[in-house]
Design a protein around this ligand. Structure first.
Ligand code: PRX
Length: 680
């Protein structure tokens, strides 16, 4: 594992600085409770490689700033130029109608997502270009050209039509990472049905709840998916879910594994039987710009999952534009986003963004460590991947597995790396840069949310110097700020709340069926501004450092600390693979910090190591952040998208028990062990 390469003297200076009031914002005369204390000490900066900047679409900060100004001063021109690169059956009458918090973009226009992703590329040479290259976990590879993908999508759209699906309906998709999942999504968009993709790792209960809330008419699933050498029985789970889903009329089953499953006559249909002989001629519906595109459920820390509702025109434009700018996407690229199609990243950056750009998108079915921990690197080498986009949690797993795995492979095809999903600790960022990127590839750390529909804050790889752990600057057209509780802007390096002050095209339109919750969750904190729920800090260069969910902020001895920064410091220790920090009530301090730590492969748990880690945090950040207690565990409880479920850890740290909803938890055994107080 890579070591921290920050010079010791600057670390010491930085921690002294972190402990000083000037750095905490207290010197600005603000109550600690209105802001969040940042303890980050990261100061490294990397200019975009010259060779990258030379050919990049945006090759200087000056150009970035010009675009930003243009978007502010002449939005008609800015958005008109971008949207004009796509196909509209009918132009918009008005760019934006904004009656906060309800936005309508490209008002009056008519368009179609599948037409833009597919038909638009069929006239030229891209017709025979690979749109999707898919690799199954057992190793088979399938390539679908734009013409072939178009053919399949047209046919499947007719299958949906034959089952009575119209543009008023919602189709639920519960599949693994197979091209048919993308085909089903695109087919929905062709006829104007909204899709509701439910991650294939979710349980029958979670599936049922999401189907019912979205009132889906048809479910598309598969017999089973391959994952880590075993089969995930999706149809079995679907059968259990469908015992309580009154709106579902039909279920279409794609045969992937060939395993035995039950088929209910009248309700269940085989994908291949429905596709056989059906026409491949399918007119793309001319849909209103504000027509539903998809609903995608995110689990909040409390309450039932929120159906984040997205519409067509804005997502079309933003998926296209952000893919183009942030990944500097080219026709020659082989681009691989490792996200599952069941998450928003899979929507915008496995399917829509790359296809809108006529790119080649690689899709992989299985686990990163199957059959061995070098599977991803083996794939990068074999497919000649040029752009690789993954999550910090995956990067930390790669670090834990060791450099030996990537070293086995020639990764020189890579030219750009990306991350998404949570703050990336500088240690992981540096490892990614050197071990995977050969110190040659820029890294785009992309901040966004299911709610934002696409990337909001990220470097432009040919223009923006990067700093490890910072998502850097908002994209042109995006108006963000870091504010105090009272809405005033924070001073440089003062931690506060991340808000978005103006509407953007791919913003969520509401929570499905619950305008009230939409207003309360996102729009009640600051009038007219969208509240992201994240804490952040803007440094002296205007760079944004995301400090995690504000729910994860802890108050220790009067300081509000973002746990992400303390975790980042722990992970920088060579014995630590992953860490999660939470607070438990403490009579003396109000709160005491508890760190759950999973150790690196070569480390051995011991009381001495606990003490060393506590001292390490005190040294790196200051005594204020020193955990009261360190608990070792071989795994931390995570959601299936890889986010650590700190809510559960908070409960374990405070009461030893877990009472809340755990349906999104990936590995129950991790929880059992923690609950039992078992230590590795
Ligand atoms: O807290 C932020 C974190 O993930 C949240 C959004 O989660 P979700 O809707 O599941 O979408 C994930 C994929 C876009 C954010 O509120 N997050 C996401 N990306 C970053 C991040 N935190 C820090 N840095 C990022 N690059």
């Amino acid at each position: 594992m890579a070591k921290k390469n920050r010079p010791a003297e600057s670390a010491a200076a930085a921690s002294a600085e972190a402990a000083s009031p000037a750095h905490t914002g207290a010197a600005n005369g603000h109550d600690h409770n209105t802001t969040i204390t940042s303890v980050s000490t990261e100061h490294r900066k990397f200019a975009p490689p010259e060779s990258f900047a030379e050919t990049a679409r945006i090759s200087s900060l000056k150009e970035y700033r010009r675009l930003h100004r243009l978007a502010d001063e002449d939005p008609e021109k800015f958005w008109g130029k971008i949207a004009g690169e796509l196909h509209w059956f009918k132009p918009w009458k008005k760019l934006l109608s904004w009656k906060a918090p309800f936005a309508r973009w490209f008002v009056g226009a008519k368009t179609n997502m599948s037409y833009n992703c597919l038909d638009r590329h069929l006239d030229g040479w891209r017709r025979t270009k690979a749109a999707i290259i898919w690799e199954g976990e057992p190793g088979e590879v399938r390539t679908l050209t734009y013409a072939q993908l178009h053919h399949e999508v047209c046919k499947f759209s007719n299958v949906l039509r034959s089952l009575g699906v119209t543009k008023e309906d919602t189709v639920a998709i519960y599949m693994g990472m197979v091209p048919e999942a993308a085909i089903a999504m695109l087919a929905c968009t062709r006829i104007g049905a909204a899709h509701n993709v439910i991650f294939g790792g979710f349980s029958a209960e979670a599936l049922r709840e999401r189907i019912n809330d979205s009132r889906a008419k048809v479910l598309v699933t598969q017999d089973a998916a391959f994952r880590r050498g075993t089969e995930v029985a999706l149809k079995d789970a679907a059968d259990r879910a469908l015992t309580g889903t009154p709106t579902i009329e039909h279920c279409i089953v794609y045969r992937r594994s060939g395993s035995q499953i039950a088929m209910q006559a009248g309700r269940d249909h085989w994908w291949h039987e429905m596709m056989a002989g059906i026409s491949a001629k399918s007119k793309a519906e001319q849909l209103d710009s504000e027509h539903p595109l998809y609903v995608l459920y995110t689990s909040g820390s409390t309450g039932k999952p929120k159906g984040i509702f997205h519409t067509l025109g804005g997502n079309l434009v933003w998926s296209y534009y952000t893919t183009r700018m942030v990944f500097d996407m080219r026709d020659e690229d082989t681009y691989w986003c490792t996200a599952d199609i069941g998450w928003v990243t899979g929507h915008a950056y496995v399917v829509y963004g790359p296809l809108l750009n006529g790119a080649t998108s690689l899709m992989y079915e299985g686990a990163p460590n199957w059959p061995e921990a070098d599977r991803f690197w083996d794939m990068v080498e074999r497919h000649g991947v040029t752009i690789f986009y993954t999550a910090p949690t995956a990067i930390r797993a790669f670090m834990r597995w060791g450099e030996g795995f990537p070293r086995r492979h020639d990764l020189s095809s890579l030219r750009l790396l990306g991350t998404v999903g949570e703050p990336i600790n500088p240690e992981a960022w540096m490892w990614y840069r050197s071990t995977i990127g050969g110190d040659r590839c820029p890294i785009v750390d992309t901040w966004w949310q299911t709610e934002t529909g696409g990337i909001m804050i990220a470097p432009l790889p040919g223009a923006t110097p990067t700093k490890p752990g910072s998502a850097t600057l908002p994209l042109p057209g995006i108006d963000v700020d870091v504010v105090r509780k009272d809405g005033t802007s924070c001073a440089p390096n003062e931690g506060g709340y991340l808000v978005i002050k103006s509407p953007w095209p791919s913003m969520l339109r509401t929570i499905h069926g619950d305008d009230q919750r939409f207003k309360e969750t996102y729009w009640s904190h600051y009038k007219g501004w969208y509240f992201t729920g994240d804490g952040a800090r803007r440094d002296e260069d205007g760079y944004l450092w995301i400090m995690g969910r504000v729910d994860d902020v802890v108050n220790v001895a009067g300081h509000r600390l973002g746990t992400a920064e303390i975790e980042s410091s722990l992970v920088a220790h060579k014995m630590v693979a992953e860490a999660a920090v939470v607070a438990r009530p403490d009579e003396m301090k109000g709160n005491a910090l508890v760190a759950f730590v999973s150790l690196a492969a070569n480390a051995t748990a011991s009381p001495a190591l606990k003490e060393e880690l506590r001292e390490h945090v005190a040294r790196e950040i200051g005594a204020i952040a020193k955990p009261e207690e360190i608990r070792f565990s071989d795994a931390l409880p995570k959601t299936r998208s890889g986010k650590i479920m700190r809510r559960l850890l908070r409960e374990i740290a405070s009461t030893g028990q877990v009472s809340g909803d755990v349906t999104t938890l990936e590995d129950f055994s991790s929880l059992e062990k923690l609950r039992a107080g078992e230590e590795e």
